[in-house]
Design a protein around this ligand. Structure first.
Ligand code: HEM
Length: 225
């Protein structure tokens, strides 16, 4: 008869970390959709003699609403990562970052030719690199986004932020380039999302110890000794 294996669980991602993951995921989906519409407004409102056909402006408002939500949540997420007691496991991941054996083990297991090494903390070294790059990507798209925003709204917040973000325009070599860079960065997200979903699901199937469901339940399972 097959021996039953016992598993114990621990909380890998706190409630706030999970909530922020999904807010950011939906915000990014919405930003890609509304952003591509801004770039190529393929829908036109019905013609009307009253000035009410502001479809593009409405979609741009949604883009900005989601953009500022992404920025706010990302700040809070960074705060949790650095200071929250419940994010200790995430921070512990760095302890193996310089271990070449773990790197090789992770890469071999991703290539289906080795066993996944034991990971201390929440992420393996490859995940750390990818998630760090994603954070840099969010930072760059937010900086270019705010720079564009200051040219769309000249009073209120836009007017107040304009002098603080002029340097973004200068570094990019002009406003037209800011727009192009913002657009190109969008494609980096478009590439990241399917790879991220594929690897999360693949991990769950290959190592059924919580994988993709841990970002919903927060739990990771380990074999009890
Ligand atoms: C994942 C995040 C984001 C994505 C995928 C994204 C995507 C896009 C795209 C594709 C465009 C059209 C560019 C073009 O004309 O070719 C755009 C425009 C714009 N985005 Fe974003 N964006 C993001 C974040 C942000 C943020 C954080 C802000 C600011 C808070 C922002 C503000 C703007 C503004 C002001 C425009 C120009 C609107 C206009 O021309 O009327 N975006 N975005």
């Amino acid at each position: 008869m097959k021996k039953l294996e016992k598993f114990s669980s621990h909380e890998e991602f706190s409630g706030l970390v999970r909530l922020f993951h999904w807010i950011r995921a939906f915000a990014i989906f919405g930003l890609i959709a509304t952003g591509f519409y801004i770039a190529y407004p393929f829908l036109q409102p019905n013609s009307n003699h009253e000035p009410v056909g502001f479809l593009q402006a409405i979609i741009r408002s949604w883009h900005l609403f989601l953009g500022f939500a992404l920025i706010g949540v990302s700040f809070f997420r960074l705060y949790l990562f650095i200071f929250d007691k419940k994010s200790k496991l995430e921070r512990e991941s760095f302890s193996q970052f310089g271990d070449i054996k773990v790197w090789i083990g992770v890469i071999l297991s991703y290539l289906w030719i080795g066993r996944h090494p034991h990971i201390k903390g929440a992420y393996n070294p490859l995940q750390i690199v990818v998630y760090f790059s994603l954070a840099v990507l969010v930072l760059l798209i937010s900086l270019t986004g705010i720079s564009l925003y200051t040219h769309v709204y000249h009073s209120g917040l836009g007017g107040a932020l304009a002098p603080c973000f002029k340097w973004v325009e200068v570094i990019c070599g002009g406003l037209a380039n800011v727009r192009v860079i913002h657009h190109i960065l969008t494609w980096a997200f478009v590439i990241f999302i399917p790879v991220h979903i594929y690897l999360a699901v693949w991990n769950s199937i290959k190592f059924p110890n919580g994988g993709v469901d841990s970002i919903i339940s927060g739990k990771r399972y380990q074999k009890s000794k």
